[in-house]
Design a protein around this ligand. Structure first.
Ligand code: NAP
Length: 266
């Protein structure tokens, strides 16, 4: 039986000011946990802190900036030993291949992969101090199911999430000996400010609150892989298991059909 979230835990969440991060923060707060919240904008983090001044610490920072991260490092343990880190901050920029720009690829990779990796500069030492006291320590990385199938326009976003999932699974192998759990979250479409910009139909769209419930329940049940909604992720898995020649034909047809808009789960 999982011991995660059984007792009030100290949790750092990035990208906590909106969408999945905000809903997860609010859900964890309802359950009595103590939080450290990060994002670039301070105001949305302050709004969550207003719910419980003594159980929420606001630590604004850009996750791609090592100096800013270093400056908030002491705050990660402001409520005591750090039990869990949820690295959720991310972006999604689509590529218009007719006006190809490698900046789109770089921007996705910089925030989603490099930014997440930089968070570990300050999170890992804190999680190790917790483990040294014999307490459970969990690292949660919010990736995506987008990269399981090659969607048009998602060259940068999909590549960043494929890299992020590999990064997380490789870390899981290396950190197993230290007893630090690594959890990978792979959502389908979730209604958030990120997807509100999409001008195409998003199948099996769930609310941010629904996503947060699935994440928190999965964590409490000791899961290491949390993918939802099932109907969507299983469809993607099945499509991804087809022979490459069929996948290529399907994804090229989808890209042609949608011309400029493509159903890409962020
Ligand atoms: N929505 C979906 O359908 C979906 C599907 C699969 C995966 N995901 C993933 O879920 C995560 C959350 O996305 P969301 O949909 O909830 O989007 P969102 O509402 O835009 O949340 C992203 C958060 O990340 C923060 N952020 C972005 N860049 C940052 C940076 N450089 N430093 C610090 N914080 C930064 C933003 O706050 P500031 O602007 O204040 O920094 C924002 O609060 C992302 O990793 C996304 O890829 C989303």
């Amino acid at each position: 039986m999982s011991k995660r979230l059984e007792t009030p835990s100290n949790i750092w969440i990035t990208g906590a000011g909106s969408g999945i991060g905000e809903a997860t923060a609010r859900s964890l707060l309802d359950l009595g946990h103590r939080l450290v919240l990060t994002g670039r904008r301070r105001e949305p983090l302050d709004a969550i802190q207003a719910i419980s001044q003594d159980r929420v610490t606001v630590a604004p920072a850009d996750i791609t900036d090592q100096l800013q991260l270093r400056s908030i490092a002491p705050q990660l343990e402001s409520h005591g030993d750090l039990n869990m880190v949820i690295l959720n901050a991310g972006t999604c920029e689509y590529l218009d291949v007719r006006h190809y720009s490698s900046d789109v690829i770089a921007n996705n990779l910089q925030i989603n992969v490099v930014g997440t990796a930089r968070c570990l500069d300050i999170a890992l030492p804190a999680l190790r101090r917790t483990r040294a006291k014999g307490q459970p320590a969990t690292l949660v990385i919010v990736s995506s199911s987008a990269w399981w199938f090659p969607f048009g326009r998602a060259e940068g976003y999909g590549a960043s999430k494929a890299a992020l999932s590999y990064f997380a699974h490789s870390l899981r192998a290396d950190l197993a000996a230290e007893g630090i759990d690594v959890v990978v979250v792979s959502p389908g479409f979730v209604k958030t400010p990120l997807t509100d910009r999409n001008d195409f139909p998003m199948p099996f769209l769930v609310t941010a609150e629904d996503a947060a419930n699935r994440i928190v329940n999965g964590l409490a049940h000791g899961r290491r892989e949390i993918a939802f909604p099932k109907r969507f992720t299983w469809t993607l898995r099945l499509l991804g298991a087809l022979p490459r020649s069929i996948i290529d034909r399907m994804s090229a047809a989808m890209a042609r059909q949608s011309d400029h808009s493509q159903d890409v789960p962020k």
